[in-house]
Design a protein around this ligand. Structure first.
Ligand code: NI
Length: 212
């Protein structure tokens, strides 16, 4: 039997922040008093005038910031030294912009292997639901698909760099709340499910707690 705990999911947004699209997503999350996780790229922060300010806004609004990498390179193609630079540089960018220490990472493309697990000094967050928003680029299809398959404990992969994803969130966020889901950060979801995330381990879903 499942407990009566409120069902929850973690919306996660990769490849930002985007001065063009991230503010609209933050506005929608604010409007519905909901939280999300942003796996950011270091280059997106340093190459945009508003980059640091967007990260500060995320922290101030109670969202979680995770590391995606500095330049969106496949970790599987890197030497250990190059990997360390990708991770530590992105970590520094976040720290310098906000004072916030990132605690989780999502490798670009979700590419990971056994050797990398030993080298990555953070819990590795993948996903249980891939909206393919980067390919589909249609708010209605993205939202219909997401809402038809979403389940308790899902980590949902999205990208805050497309207008269609912003438009999809205008539909998805109120609809998820209407369905009774709470929208939480990845770390919030792990906490709620009693999971202590460990470095070098991969997490893609935090299923509902079963009681006997
Ligand atoms: Ni990415």
């Amino acid at each position: 039997m499942k407990t009566q705990l409120q069902p929850m999911v973690a919306l996660t947004f990769d490849d930002g922040p985007s001065a063009r699209y991230t503010p609209a997503i933050l506005d929608i999350l604010d409007q519905y008093d909901s939280s999300a996780t942003f796996f950011i790229l270091g280059t997106q922060v340093v190459d945009q005038e508003q980059g640091a300010e967007l990260l500060s806004r995320m922290v101030d609004s109670g969202h979680e910031i995770g590391i995606h990498s500095y330049k969106h390179v496949a970790f599987t193609e890197l030497t250990p030294e190059e990997l360390a630079i990708q991770i530590l540089t992105a970590q520094d960018v976040i720290q310098n912009a906000t004072g916030y220490s990132a605690k989780i990472i999502r490798p670009p493309y979700g590419f990971i292997n056994e050797a990398l697990l030993k080298l990555i000094p953070f819990p590795i967050i993948l996903w249980s639901m891939d909206t393919e928003d980067w390919r589909i680029r249609d708010a209605k299809i993205i939202s219909d698909t997401l809402l038809s398959v979403v389940k308790d404990g899902d980590i949902i992969l999205l990208h805050d760099i497309f207008e269609s994803t912003v438009d999809a969130m205008k539909i998805v966020i109120p609809a998820l709340l209407e369905k009774g889901f709470q929208l939480v950060t990845v770390s919030g979801l792990a906490d709620a499910r009693g999971v202590t995330m460990e470095k070098g381990k991969v997490y893609s879903i935090f299923p509902p707690i079963e009681t006997s």
